[in-house]
Design a protein around this ligand. Structure first.
Ligand code: PCA
Length: 198
C-alpha cells in the first residue's frame, strides 16, 4: 500500500484552534484510495517547521505529501498553485519575525505544486464543496512548508505528488473569532476527496 504524509499545524497567532490539526489526527491511520494516511502535526516556527516536514519525509518515505493550513477568512478549500522562496509576515509561535529572507539561499525563486489541482477543484465542486485554486500561499509558515517539501523532492529528482491546501475556519474556531466557517466534518470530507484525486 502506498503512503501519504498528511500534515496539519498547531494553533497560531489569533487562532486558538487549528482545524488542520484535527484533520491530520482524525485521518491518521485511515486508508483513502491507494494510500494509507500518516497524519502529523507541525509547529508554527520558522526555524523548525520545514525541518520537521523533511524529517517526517525521511522517516516515512511517503509516496505523496499533502500539507494543510488554516487560511482564516477564506470561504473555500484552496489548493495552492505556487510556493515562493521567501519568509515574511507576523511573528511565529516562538516570537520570531521574518524579514523577507530566502527559505533556501541557493534555491529557485518558486516551485509549482505537484498536486492535481484542477482534478481536486473539480471533484470537490461536483461533490458540493466550494473549492478554487489559490495563486498565493502567502509568505508565512504554510508557504514555507510547501516550499520545503517541493524543494526536497526536486533536489532528489523524485517526481511525487506534493503540495499544499489552505482551508477555511471550522465553526468551532468561528465561535471564538468571527469569520467564514465550515463544519469540521465537511472540512475533513473535502480533504478526503482531495486525497482520492492524488
Ligand atoms: N496557517 C498559517 C500557518 C499555520 C496555518 O495553519 C499560514 O497560512 O501560513
Amino acid at each position: 500500500m502506498k503512503k501519504l504524509l498528511l500534515t496539519g499545524f498547531e494553533p497560531f497567532l489569533e487562532f486558538p484552534i487549528n482545524p488542520t490539526y484535527e484533520i491530520a489526527t482524525t485521518l491518521h491511520g485511515t486508508i483513502i484510495g491507494d494510500y494509507e494516511v500518516i497524519g502529523e502535526v507541525l509547529s508554527v516556527d520558522f526555524h523548525k517547521s520545514g525541518e520537521q516536514l523533511l524529517e517526517l519525509i525521511e522517516k516515512h518515505d511517503p509516496d505523496a505529501v499533502l500539507s494543510l493550513g488554516l487560511a482564516g477568512g477564506r470561504n473555500s478549500i484552496t489548493p495552492e498553485r505556487i510556493a515562493i522562496n521567501c519568509n515574511d509576515g507576523p511573528v511565529d509561535n516562538e516570537g520570531y519575525k521574518p524579514n523577507g529572507e530566502k527559505i533556501e539561499k541557493n534555491g529557485p525563486d518558486a516551485y509549482l505544486s505537484k498536486l492535481p489541482l484542477y482534478e481536486i477543484v473539480h471533484k470537490l465542486g461536483e461533490s458540493g464543496y466550494p473549492a478554487k485554486i489559490s495563486n498565493t500561499a502567502g509568505t508565512y509558515l504554510c508557504n514555507n512548508v510547501m516550499y520545503h517539501g517541493l524543494h526536497y523532492f526536486s533536489q532528489r529528482g523524485l517526481d511525487r505528488p506534493s503540495g499544499f491546501i489552505h482551508i477555511p475556519a471550522s465553526h468551532k474556531l468561528a465561535l471564538k473569532k468571527n469569520m467564514p466557517s465550515w463544519s469540521q466534518h465537511d472540512l475533513t470530507e473535502a480533504i478526503k476527496l482531495a486525497i482520492s484525486c492524488m
